[in-house]
Design a protein around this ligand. Structure first.
Ligand SMILES: C[S@@+](CC[C@H](N)C(=O)[O-])C[C@H]1O[C@@H](n2cnc3c(N)ncnc32)[C@H](O)[C@@H]1O
Length: 272
C-alpha cells in the first residue's frame, strides 16, 4: 500500500494526531449535533488514556502497529514506554519522521510481513486489527513478542453476520478472531465493550455529512447542470454508479446500523 487516501483525508481535515473514534465517558449525555472538532480530539485523547490503562505493569517495550499519524505513540512515549511504530503507509511514514524529527523507529510494512530482531513486551493495535489478516497477524505477533508478552487490540468486530450489510466487509468476525487467537497460543486476559463510548463520534460525522457535504454537493450539481448541461450529463453518466455505491456505504456511518452488527471491543491477550 502506498497511501491510504481516506486516512490522509481524516488527518488533514480534522488535524488530530489520532485516527480513531475517541472515547466518550458519558455517551448518553452527548448531543452529537453540537460537537466541535476540539471536543472530538479531546475524546480521542481520552481513548488512548483509557486504552493504555489495560497495559500490564511488566511492559516496557511496545510496538504500535498501524500507528497512523503518531498520537498514540507520542502519548505512550510521554508515559515513559520505549516505543517503535509500524505502518505500510508512505504518507504516515513521512508524517511520523517529521513529527518526531526522525527519532521514532518506523517500520514501513504490513504487520503480516513484519520480521524483527527486537522482541517486544506488547503489541498495540489501536483500530488497526481489522486491517490485518487474522491468522497471519497472530503469526506475526508470535514472532515479535517475548514469551508472556501481550497483544492489546482495540477495534470493531462483527458479532452478527446474518445478511449482506456493508458492515460485514470492513471488520473481522468476532468469533473467528477469538478462535484464531486461541489456536495461535494467545490467552484472552481482559475484554471491554466500548461500543457506546465510541458512537457519538460516528453520529457527529454523519451529522456533518448531512448538514454540510450533501447540501454543498447538491449546490455544485445544480450549478453545473444550469451552466454547463453537456458536462453535467457526461459526469452523470461516468459517476452515477460510483456515487450510488458510496451512498450505500453511508450505512457504515449510522450508529444504529453499527450496533446491529458490530461491537467496538478492547481485547488484551497474552502469549502463552
Ligand atoms: C484507523 S487507522 C488507526 C491509526 C492509529 N492506530 C490510531 O489509533 O490513531 C489504521 C492504521 O492501520 C494501518 N494499517 C493498514 N493496514 C495495515 C497492515 N496490514 N498492517 C499494519 N498496519 C496497517 C493504517 O495505515 C493505519 O495506520
Amino acid at each position: 500500500m502506498a497511501i491510504d487516501h481516506v486516512l490522509k483525508l481524516y488527518s488533514e481535515t480534522i488535524q488530530s494526531p489520532y485516527l480513531h473514534y475517541g472515547f466518550w465517558d458519558n455517551p448518553e449525555s452527548i448531543n452529537s449535533d453540537l460537537l466541535s472538532i476540539e471536543e472530538i480530539v479531546k475524546a480521542q485523547e481520552r481513548y488512548i488514556e483509557h486504552l493504555s490503562s489495560f497495559i500490564p505493569k511488566d511492559v516496557n517495550k511496545i510496538i504500535d502497529v498501524g500507528c497512523g499519524v503518531g498520537g498514540n505513540a507520542a502519548y505512550l512515549k510521554e508515559k515513559g514506554y520505549e516505543i517503535d511504530v509500524l505502518s505500510p503507509d508512505l504518507y504516515q511514514k513521512e508524517f511520523i519522521n517529521k513529527k518526531f524529527n526522525g527519532e521514532m523507529r518506523f517500520y514501513k510494512t504490513k504487520f503480516e510481513d513484519f520480521k524483527s530482531d527486537t522482541t517486544y513486551d506488547l503489541i498495540l493495535e489501536s483500530e488497526s486489527a481489522c486491517y490485518i489478516k487474522i491468522n497471519k497477524g497472530f503469526s506475526a505477533a508470535n514472532r515479535v513478542l517475548r514469551d508472556g508478552g501481550y497483544l492489546l487490540a482495540a477495534d470493531y468486530f462483527v458479532f452478527n453476520s446474518n445478511n449482506q450489510s456493508p458492515h460485514l466487509k470492513s471488520s473481522h468476525r468476532m468469533d473467528q478472531y477469538l478462535n484464531a487467537a486461541k489456536s495461535s497460543g494467545f490467552k484472552l486476559l481482559k475484554e471491554y465493550d466500548q461500543t457506546e463510548n465510541t458512537m457519538p463520534t460516528l453520529d457527529a460525522a454523519l451529522n456533518f455529512i448531512n448538514r454540510f457535504v450533501f447540501p454543498t454537493a447538491e449546490y455544485l450539481q445544480n450549478s453545473i447542470q444550469r451552466k454547463n448541461p453537456k458536462t453535467y450529463r457526461l459526469l452523470k453518466s461516468l459517476l452515477e454508479k460510483r456515487i450510488s455505491k458510496k451512498m450505500d456505504q453511508l450505512d457504515l456511518m449510522s450508529s444504529e446500523e453499527f450496533r446491529k452488527y458490530r461491537k467496538y471491543m478492547i481485547y488484551l491477550f497474552q502469549k502463552v
